[in-house]
Design a protein. Structure first.
Length: 114
């Protein structure tokens, strides 16, 4: 079983949930990243103000609160192989620059997700 809270290059403003257990797979919207909106707008949202310290404690100067969180549950997992394969999924510096410039990335997800 695994669950991912993720950012993908084709949707830099959208947070996504991805969960999988056996043959069951679910992908859904988790809302928007706080960093996708200007500070003055965030400051008018009560849920941001209530959690601002927690949200900003790991704030990245480039990506803000955008990030990926993964949880793997299983036995005898090959951690070295998993880490190697996940690193291969990361964007290169060139791809990150392209993302910020609004470049096109193939997006396998439906246009709207629940």
């Amino acid at each position: 079983m695994w669950r991912i809270f993720e950012k993908i290059a084709s949707r830099p403003s959208d947070a996504l949930n991805w969960s999988q257990a056996g043959g069951s797979l679910q992908a859904s919207s988790a809302g928007r990243w706080w960093a996708s909106m200007p500070l003055h707008r965030r400051m008018n949202i009560p849920s941001f103000l209530e959690a601002q310290e927690e949200i900003e404690k790991d704030w990245d100067p480039v990506f803000g609160d955008r990030g990926n969180e993964l949880v793997f549950i299983g036995q005898d997992l090959d951690q070295t192989r998993i880490k190697m394969e996940l690193r291969a999924c990361l964007c290169t510096l060139e791809e990150i620059e392209q993302m910020w410039k609004g470049g096109y990335f193939e997006d396998p997800f439906p246009e709207t997700m629940n």
